[in-house]
Design a protein around this ligand. Sequence first.
Ligand code: PGA
Length: 256
Amino acid sequence: MKPRPVIAGNWKMNMDPLEAREFFRAFHPEFSPGRHPTLLIFPPFVTLAAALNARPEDPRVELGVQNIFWEESGAFTGEVSAVLARAAGATHTLIGHSERRHVFGEQDEDVARKVGAALKAGLVPVVCVGETLEERRGGRLQEVILRQLDAVLPVLSNDADATFILAYEPVWAIGTGETATPDDASQAHGMLRRRLQERLGDVRAADTPILYGGSVKPDNAAELLRAPEVDGVLVGGASLDPASFLAIARAGMPLT
Ligand code: PGA
């Protein structure tokens, strides 16, 4: 039997504090503490405090940030460190999301430094990997996602207690309405899991959730969540609406 899934929502550059409060207000009547998957929501930095205040009081509803900078403090105008994010109440951080890599030019080395900073500050990194359509068509799926994973493995293997989450998000499926099939997801997750086994051992590999992300919607979530090796989903667009986010969560496990 699969462990309890992780259902994560990446709000990207959407949702102001008022909208976050509205989101969770709609959420409450539907919500039965204890009978739901682990829910992880990534609001923008400026909305984190409002989301923390408005979320249901349940340890399995956690909030993270969408990015961090690797330095702890100092003259880095506009950046937010892992230490600051942790102090503001975040427990997790996305790292290496494809928009960070492709819109903002983040490199594998940057991603690795950020993972190190997150662990040091006590944030759980959610490390995102994924190939572009061109790379996939060129038969480079395995090479690309394992290269992205290999970049962070030294940091993770240095710290035997480090908890982390992986997210496989094919770039061609993000925000496009194109979803990987459950078989596509299982295949890529299997490659990632085998690499984790080789480098970190069977126990840590089995304990590390691997989420699928890319156009996850209420109508495709159940089949993706049933696919072998898929331990949860990372949802962008469909996480902005509480009804669709809850429907996806329900696909992971009945809420009532
Ligand atoms: P999407 O985004 O669900 O809107 O495709 C997923 C993500 O970027 O995490």
